[in-house]
Design a binder for this molecule. Structure first.
Ligand code: GAL
Length: 370
């Protein structure tokens, strides 16, 4: 599962808890009509806000905005899409709605019966249980957390349907070192993203050093995309999308797909950048150069190519020099600009690019034909 980073859409970043069956269907339709499904965005993930109450038999019921989850799952599948849902190891979500504590097996079976393909499992109130039972012993608290994720992992296996397991516990306990052991295909590496350059930067650039923990089947997740939500400039959003693709992060759009501007489409549907994210080698980028607010990241691609991104984190346009030796490139390099969609010829050992404020230049290097 998740041989390449999962791609799709989630309700959370744009709609928060204000969601319904009708809204999810509309967004699923838009995934198809916008061309996003065909570009790889296949998961339709309902985040927090769907739960209603748990009855005396332990059955968790959706709230009245979701009258028939099985039918919704069928609708999503009929569009060639996959169905994602949200729960957590604690008794309640961060918004106070019931989650799976003590009902893991029952919930897993129910999700499987609804046709669920993806489960985001959010720590939230389980933190209180960790605090209470560990009495300040951090190792014990981490062990409790890991066991809680393993419990749902086993419940999902027993439920007999392949369900992608997505961990959300904000990077606690160095989750990247044990995520694969509890069956995770992806794990959040930090706190919630918000629609601002500083938040996106913290989650994105802050992931430097974690690249060795990502690979086919298990990915670092710096959180959903904020592209198209209005809080960032075009260059900031290009930085966001480029950085996520360089890091081989899941590309889960978080905007209203029924109201996309041309600019938003051009970013989310940049197939050359999606191809970097989805490259079959599955090697996440390393930061190969940093000088203050200037960063260069590079990622090897299948067939001997390489993706390189030059990030300008200052508030003015600036020159950034790409030195081929910094990215470990041997011999001459032919370069293609992945935002301009054009070849820019063979590079000198040192080439300077003008990169806009909070912006990026993203290149694909190949060995020129002799
Ligand atoms: C947070 C989580 C967010 C979102 C939210 C829903 O704990 O980090 O990504 O799922 O809960 O209430």
């Amino acid at each position: 599962m998740a041989a390449t980073p999962p791609m799709g859409w989630s309700t959370w970043n744009h709609f928060h808890h204000d969601i319904s069956d009708a809204l999810v269907r509309r967004e699923a339709d838009a995934l198809v009509s916008s061309g996003m499904r065909d570009a790889g965005y296949v998961y339709v993930n309902i985040d927090g806000g769907w739960q209603g109450y748990r009855d005396a038999q332990g059955v968790l019921h959706p709230n009245s905005n979701f009258p028939d989850m099985k039918a919704l799952g069928r609708y999503i599948h009929s569009k060639g899409l996959r169905f994602g849902i949200y729960s957590g190891p604690g008794p309640r979500s961060c918004a106070g709605q019931p989650t799976s504590y003590g009902y893991e097996a029952q919930d897993a079976r129910m999700f499987a019966s609804w046709g669920v393909d993806f489960l985001k499992y959010d720590l939230c109130s389980f933190r209180d249980i960790m605090k209470e039972q560990s009495k300040g012993d951090v190792a014990k608290s981490d062990a409790l957390m890991k066991a809680a994720y393993e419990k749902m992992h086993e419940a999902l296996e027993a439920a007999g349907r392949p369900i992608l397991f997505s961990l959300c516990q904000y990077g606690w306990g160095e989750v990247w070192t044990w995520g694969p052991e509890v069956g995770a295909s992806m794990w959040r590496t930090g706190e919630d993203i918000s629609d601002r350059y500083d938040s996106m930067s913290l989650n994105g650039f802050g992931q430097a050093g974690l690249e060795k923990f990502a690979g086919p089947g298990h990915w670092n997740d710096p959180d959903f995309l904020e592209v198209g939500n209005g809080g960032m400039t075009e260059d900031e959003q290009k930085t966001h999308f480029s950085l996520w693709a360089m890091m081989a992060a899941p590309l889960i759009a978080g905007n209203d797909l029924t109201q996309m501007s041309e600019q938003t489409r051009r970013i989310l549907l940049n197939r050359e950048i999606i191809a970097v994210d989805q490259d079959a080698l599955g090697r996440a980028a390393s930061r190969v150069f940093k000088a203050g607010p200037i960063e260069v990241w590079a990622r090897p691609l299948e067939g001997g190519a390489m993706a390189v991104a030059l990030f300008n984190r200052t508030t003015g346009a600036t020159r950034i020099t790409l030195r081929l030796k910094d990215v470990g490139w041997q011999g001459p390099a032919a370069a293609r600009d992945l935002w301009e969609h054009k070849g820019i010829g063979v590079l000198s050992p040192e080439t300077a690019f003008t990169v806009p404020a909070h912006g990026v230049t993203m290149l694909r290097l190949t060995h020129p034909e002799r």
